[in-house]
Design a protein around this ligand. Structure first.
Ligand SMILES: Nc1ncnc2c1ncn2[C@@H]1O[C@H](COP(=O)(O)OP(=O)(O)O)[C@@H](O)[C@H]1O
Ligand SMILES: [Mg+2]
Length: 367
């Protein structure tokens, strides 16, 4: 039997644990309200958007466009991903889509290939390299296409904070110019870099100031996640007790990715799950990333290393107290400035004066 747990890619359908935030985001989408969706990494933003697009939006009414800009390094990369995503959002046969694209856009032409898993992939080539012309081409033509077809569009741009890192052109300002006057296109901006995203949407001198309602994705509630996991165990004649599940969930602060990762390994190895099996499995998962974490750890200065270890050891609490400073042999000013650098780089974050390391598995490795 195939392992029912998935942690290596975005999940939808049966691999997706229903969560209450789905209804909140779905309602915003159905009312064409712009949303900025953020959470710690690997809590399930991309999966949530894909699941809603796939199973909870009326495709007659909405064109659902999704793209991830994590790896863009210039404005033309953004335009490329954008054109490609628009092309990929049409759900008819290849020839019809190519014809539509040809009529629709004047600054890009498209070729199509069928990938190994049977999906059609469209590749744009530009007929101009002027970014603003391309945005005009996309937004104006898409908007009139939608009006003609009595449709609306929802555009989800994942890892949106990346656009703030592109300096060569004022990407944000150009985008802003096009997005603000569209009544048939709404947006979901999502990302894991909380400070960058918050700055983009809440500082009033920024182009995206007040352009979207913030929605923070928390962990999937423990009981819901337990039902999901235990069902999958039962369906394959295996069992996991609530107590055992709680140990997994608590150990990783409910991070969706790690819960699935641990469940995957436990399901694979055992039929009946006990508490020490969980501990061993977690150790095994941490050790699999050992070389990556060693390289990462090595990239920090010595005081930053001490700061990271101090967070892991003390669960991020009372770090600047006399006792903690003495135990870790570091001065208040050194620790404060190391924490600030790590915070600015979004390696760590803090909530109500408790620090945590953004990559939970890295934190467990440090312990
Ligand atoms: N609703 C969900 N139900 C079950 N597992 C989930 C869910 N959402 C996310 N996951 C798990 O977390 C992993 C990371 O999800 P992803 O959507 O890529 O997170 P993010 O975009 O926030 O980084 C997935 O591969 C999956 O293992
Ligand atoms: Mg994601």
């Amino acid at each position: 039997m195939k392992n029912p747990f998935v942690f290596s890619h975005i999940v939808t359908d049966d691999a997706f644990c229903k969560r209450d935030d789905l209804d909140i985001l779905k309602t915003y989408m159905n009312n064409s309200i712009n949303v900025v969706l953020f959470s710690k990494r690997r809590y399930g933003k991309s999966s949530l958007i894909k699941e809603i697009f796939k199973n909870h939006i009326d495709k007659e009414e909405y064109l659902c466009i999704y793209f991830d800009i994590f790896d863009i390094s210039c404005s033309n990369d953004f335009a490329y991903s954008f054109y490609k995503a628009v092309a990929g959002s049409f759900k008819t046969d290849m020839q019809t889509i190519l014809k539509t694209l040809k009529e629709l856009f004047s600054k890009a032409s498209f070729s199509a290939t069928v990938t190994s898993n049977g999906e059609i992939e469209f590749k744009p080539s530009f007929t101009t390299l002027n970014f603003e012309d391309m945005m005009e081409d996309i937004f104006a033509n898409l908007s009139s296409y939608l009006a003609r077809h009595n449709q609306k569009a929802i555009i989800a741009i994942d890892e949106f904070q990346q656009i703030a890192t592109i300096k060569e052109e004022n990407l944000e300002a150009i985008l802003r110019k096009y997005i603000q006057n569209l009544d048939n296109i709404s947006f979901v901006y999502s990302g894991s870099k909380r400070h960058l995203l918050t700055q983009m949407f809440t500082l009033n001198k920024q182009p995206f100031y007040n352009q979207a309602i913030p929605l923070e994705l928390k962990s999937i509630p423990k009981d819901d996640f337990y039902d999901f996991v235990s069902h999958k165990f039962q369906a394959s004649n295996k069992t996991i007790s609530k107590e055992a599940f709680e140990k997994i969930y608590d150990e990783v602060d409910g991070e969706s990715y790690l819960v699935q990762n641990i469940a995957y390994h436990i399901w694979q190895e055992y039929d009946d799950v006990t508490l020490d099996l969980i501990e061993n499995t977690i150790k095994h998962i941490i050790s699999m990333s050992d070389s990556i974490f060693r390289t990462l750890f090595d990239s920090f200065s010595n005081t930053q290393k001490t700061a990271l270890k101090t967070i892991a050891r003390h669960n991020g609490q009372s770090l600047l107290s006399k006792e903690v400073l003495a135990q870790n042999n570091i001065s208040k000013s050194s620790l404060s400035s190391a924490l600030k650098v790590l915070y600015d780089k979004e390696i760590i974050d803090k909530r109500e004066d408790i620090y945590y390391i953004n990559d939970k598995l890295f934190e467990l490795w440090l312990k």
